[in-house]
Design a protein around this ligand. Structure first.
Ligand code: SPD
Length: 366
């Protein structure tokens, strides 16, 4: 028993230090985080010295992580070395005393943890989609664009097929730099795909591809989510897909318009949500919004959506916060895929919205 006393004291001291670090970070960043967010970051720091890998593995808001890492550097617990970061000997002892294990990744190596077999789509659909996506328009910062990998788009479609949300269905795609509408249409399974985007380049690209590839069930239109949803698209569809910007206001706008496009009970919606730009506090608020809309979450597949790196990394909001300034050399930005299903006919206000939908306290990549 006596031999445990110093260990217990070390642990208590280490915990008090973590508490103090978190308090200092909370004074500086208006993002609600818990001790678990910090623990995940300290788990990640034990297995990588790459900042972007720390972001990926921590599953915590980027704004918090940057402030947390700055504080650890200030206290000598983390050492910046060129483009890298590593725990100092003191930091390693501290993390040991806290009893935080190194991050372990146990996702299935075949499907990457998505739980879908892309082979179900067939080689032709996959090959044609990859060839089409090769010439897509680059991501634009002005619209907070950042598209997912080709594999991710195909996996979304495979997952929705498994849930029966595509076959013979009318599908609404709200914002489509991910080219979900094209992948859906290539399967020849939906009855109709209506795709809308504020970006004329995306709409033009989809129209041109649909024309060239004979995808006559795809209709593409320019639409700004701030405008009320036109009557022709209200309460009409079986399924929607969207991957919103993540300010709470922007997120709500996209998901509420998506829900308003659905016909009622049994209709389904798909969207992505990150940890990097949405704290668990925001996740909770979003879950309340969904319940109020009459929707239930049937599936959450974390880290399902992998995003290709966008060109504007050095002008995005988080660049100025980084503890070491280096461009990412691998995929690092991921989001959970959500599927929701309506329990009743939704009643959604269809008002015009004004102003910037892209920013809130947690926005980091806009
Ligand atoms: N700003 C680049 C990344 C934007 C990705 N938007 C979708 C986030 C997931 N909802």
């Amino acid at each position: 028993m006596g031999g445990n006393a110093p260990q217990a004291a070390d642990r208590r001291q280490a915990q008090e230090r973590l508490h103090a670090v978190l308090e200092r970070v909370r004074e500086r960043v208006p993002v609600v985080v818990s001790r678990r967010d910090a623990e995940r970051a300290l788990g990640a720091l034990q297995v990588t010295d790459d900042l972007w890998e720390v972001f990926r593995l921590s599953r915590a808001p980027i704004r918090f992580l940057c402030a947390f890492l700055h504080e650890l550097i200030l206290q000598g617990l983390v050492l910046p070395e060129g483009a890298h970061l590593r725990l100092s000997p003191e930091g390693s002892r501290w993390v040991g005393a806290l009893g935080i294990p190194p991050t372990r990744e146990t996702a299935c190596s075949r499907c990457g943890g998505r739980g879908v077999d892309l082979g179900a789509l067939g080689e032709e659909v996959m090959g044609r989609f990859r060839a089409i996506a090769h010439d897509r328009p680059p991501a634009l910062q002005a619209f907070d664009q950042g598209y997912v990998t080709e594999e991710t788009t195909l996996a979304r479609v495979a997952f929705a097929l498994e849930r029966g949300d595509v076959q013979g269905k009318e599908v609404f795609v709200l914002g489509d730099d991910d080219l979900v509408s094209i992948a859906l249409a290539l399967t020849r399974q939906p009855r109709r795909v209506v795709v809308v985007d504020v970006d004329e380049r995306i709409v033009g690209f989809i129209r041109e591809v649909a024309n060239r590839e004979g995808l006559d069930r795809v209709e593409a239109y320019v639409y700004d989510v701030r405008a009320p949803l036109p009557e022709a698209w209200r309460a009409r569809f079986d399924t929607f897909f969207t991957d919103p910007t993540e300010s709470l206001r922007g997120f709500r706008a996209f998901v509420e318009r998506g829900v308003a496009a659905l016909h009622g009970a049994g209709a389904a919606g798909y969207f992505g949500l990150t940890h990097g730009e949405s704290s668990l506090e925001k996740w909770a608020r979003i879950q309340r919004v969904l319940l109020d809309l009459g929707a239930v979450i049937t599936d959450i597949r974390d880290a399902f959506n992998a995003y290709d790196n966008w060109d504007y990394v050095e002008t995005m909001r988080a660049w100025q916060w980084l503890p070491v300034r280096t461009r990412p050399g691998h995929l690092w930005y991921f989001s959970a895929l959500f599927r929701i299903e309506l329990l009743r006919t939704p009643s959604v206000e269809n008002l015009a919205l004004e102003g910037n939908l892209f920013e809130d306290e947690e926005a980091a990549t806009t």
